[in-house]
Design a protein around this ligand. Sequence first.
Ligand SMILES: Cc1cc2nc3c(=O)[nH]c(=O)nc-3n(C[C@H](O)[C@H](O)[C@H](O)COP(=O)(O)OP(=O)(O)OC[C@H]3O[C@@H](n4cnc5c(N)ncnc54)[C@H](O)[C@@H]3O)c2cc1C
Length: 575
Amino acid sequence: MEHQYDVVIVGAGLSGLRAAIELGEGTRVAVLSKVFATRSHSGAAQGGIGAALGNEEEDNWEWHMFDTVKGSDYLGDQDAIAIMCQDAPKIVYELEHMGVPFNRTPEGRIAQRAFGGHTSNFGKAAVKRACYAADRTGRVILDTLWEKCLQRHVQFFDEFQMLSLIVKDGRCCGLTAYELATGKIHVFNSKAVLLATGGAGKVFKTTSNAMASTGDGMAIAYRAGAPLEDMEFIQFHPTGIYKLGILISEAARGEGGILLNSEGERFMERYAPTIKDLAPRDMVSRCILKEVRAGRGIGGKDYVHLDLTHLGAEVIGQKLVEIIEFAKTYGGVDARKEPIPVQPTCHYMMGGIAADAAGHVVLDDKKTPFPGLYAAGECACVSVHGANRLGCNSLLDTLVFGRRSGIEIRKFIHAHGLCTIPDDLEDLEAAKIRYLMEKDGTEKLGPILQEMQTVMMNNVSVFRHKETLDEALQAIRALKERFHDIGVHDKGSCFNRELLDVLELRHMLDLAEVMTLGALHREESRGAHSREDFPERDDQRFLAHTMVRYEEQAEPLLFTKPVNITRFEPKERKY
Ligand SMILES: Cc1cc2nc3c(=O)[nH]c(=O)nc-3n(C[C@H](O)[C@H](O)[C@H](O)COP(=O)(O)OP(=O)(O)OC[C@H]3O[C@@H](n4cnc5c(N)ncnc54)[C@H](O)[C@@H]3O)c2cc1C
């Protein structure tokens, strides 16, 4: 079946929906999502969205910019970070006017709380910058944006999974998708495509991410010729529930929660004397693992305690309701009375599809745009987070650059018509799916998936080393070989989960390879990328973005792109 639209947006998280709102009036917009729109992972965001409103204490966007640059370990592009931090207050007030029910100060202003790495006066002390709605901030923003999209007659295709991009003479002309309920192939011919497909936490065994965070957009764009940027930078959030990885928001520490080792010591005081438990995530995750390695994990095991017991019923009742429930349901602890066992969990991709601050997907180090193709949100690398993202800067990123992509796409579709696309695309995609379903594969999905997740968790997570990275690369390449022999045993066409998982696994194997290659290439430690064999940051050799391009018959091609430094020169990062 063929559809024609001005714009197709893939992804119904905050970035996709914010772009759709910008484009909605007078434009034919379709939003595709492989899960029902409001089940997108954005809805799981707990803690807040960053903006220097200064409602609780003095603040300004330049301090926010400084913190973001320093948090990024000086790898973030400062022109884009300036845009994000300046746009932030406007974006939050806009949400307020749309009806997002933020918590309030006693005077009725939007309430704000402290978050890791956010400081006042260029690093002097922690500052309250995260705007929040209890610990359901993502949920309420997502629902509000979705309603706005419905009002603007945005057309939703829920439970449609993108399969490939249509590229003709170097321009993106639409995409093909699989309808989960029927197994039918759909061809979307559009003037422009925005990828807003979110993260890829599922590449790792322990993650806070949703089942759908399998990096499809990144992998599909990569195969279509768009380079991926800084894929070695993967954030491990310090406080996932022990063994499960389900997130306990940084808001818990923002409200006064503290981390304790087996000796009952508040160990972060030793590592980050100024902001202690509110140090950035890369640091806190490393510190937890250092405590564990020094034998100070709880009961000699690989976790520490997050203690909220001193916060009091009011703070917990008004601001941390959901995480108290999570701790009870998944961790079996009553966090009002006992500490929560926590360990680092894969949380966020700083890297992604190389894009600029207007949303264009870019092809090279000169930022040449890929005509008709845009990316925003977690699947994109603009790069505002550099080597490490600060908490509450991602919701901000999705909305700032979702909006800006919408504005830019509007210009593009006014200047360009639809492409003439081949009429056999539906048959070609259907044949590929049929081949996958009909061949007698000797390999199974489960073992390949688990082996990939385990090797990535063991070898490519918080601490890395050449030897173990080499091992990981070999293992991933062997899994890619085995993937060729994979079989799909479920032959059905209605919600065939096995087939979809196989398609997603292929994407994740590509990404795992690129992440590992990037990590091997970067012989230094910066932000979330910590090489035990190269413990120092090396600005001489590595103050540059890692770019990786897919090559049909050869190894992926690595090259670099300069970092944009406008204001804050790299310094040693201390908190
Ligand atoms: C548990 C948790 C808590 C978080 N808390 C915070 C927080 O408090 N503050 C903060 O700033 N950040 C937070 N983050 C990070 C932030 O929520 C995400 O980075 C952000 O919401 C991502 O939004 P997105 O629009 O890029 O994509 P997502 O919200 O992840 O949505 C991706 C969309 O793409 C669609 N999609 C993917 N692949 C396909 C395909 N092949 N075909 C069709 N559709 C597809 C999905 O269906 C979905 O609609 C949190 C993340 C997690 C996991």
